[in-house]
Design a protein around this ligand. Sequence first.
Ligand code: ATP
Length: 284
Amino acid sequence: MKVWEKAPAKINLTLDVLRKREDGYHEVEMIMTMVDLADRLSFEDIEENKILLESNSGIVPNDERNLVYKAAYLLKTKYHIKRGVHIVLEKNIPVAAGLAGGSSDAAAALRGLNRLWNLNLTEEELMKIGEEIGSDVPFCVVGGTALATGRGEKIKKLPPVPPGWAILAKLPISVSTKDVYETLNLEEIKERPKTKEMIQAIERQDFLQISQLLANVLEEVTFKLHPKVKQLKKLLQQFGADGVLMSGSGPTVFALTNKESKMKRIYNGLRGFCKEVYAVRLLR
Ligand code: ATP
């Protein structure tokens, strides 16, 4: 038997860091949604009792360091699965980009193997297992639009965002999420996202308001470490986007618009400046 799963990238509409906890994690409050830029995974039974992972990415490892492998291993040991699986990962989401590609792959592996192995686990159960892999995995299990709190693992579903496009641009820079959180000085945060207002704007399906409320407290930190990311954000604003924000800890910056003509203008304008540009629909 063979099953397929899609693992979409996430973007942050808001990202706030409230405080540092005793366990070393940061308490966050963020609104996330998915875009139609996705990795694809297939899962197939094999004779030999092992996890065999293959991918087209020259960057991510194919062994136990891969979050897909981790997800498969966790399910296999927890539920005493004595069957082997061949997983093929088609990587389309840029790696270490602030788009939670790895977390989304892990979530897709949980969903896919739940089906392949007939485990009948509920969404809540898969989210709980996902927590062991990474803070963003529970959100990626559910998808859609949601408010994430705690260290990112507590999920409250929100209505879908109104239809629109995101133009994503990524400079050839690697940003370590750990470095960004370590550099962040909570006392230096000038402006915080208006999370409640953003939720209301989503409930009202007010695209312009959503675009205007985009905010991420990690932007200033990454901008300081990599000034070119700030320049890229300015450029996107000049092209006439309704709103522009860095996703996660970066370096990907995205612009929102609900007009196809604007989407095309921004996409074409950017391609001269930045090699990696994607114009994709917001997933609903
Ligand atoms: P986040 O927004 O959650 O911080 P990210 O988009 O910045 O995530 P990812 O692409 O999810 O970063 O992963 C970054 C790191 O995780 C890389 O060092 C990569 O080697 C490792 N990794 C493990 N498995 C995967 C995977 N399936 N896809 C991508 N990266 C993976």
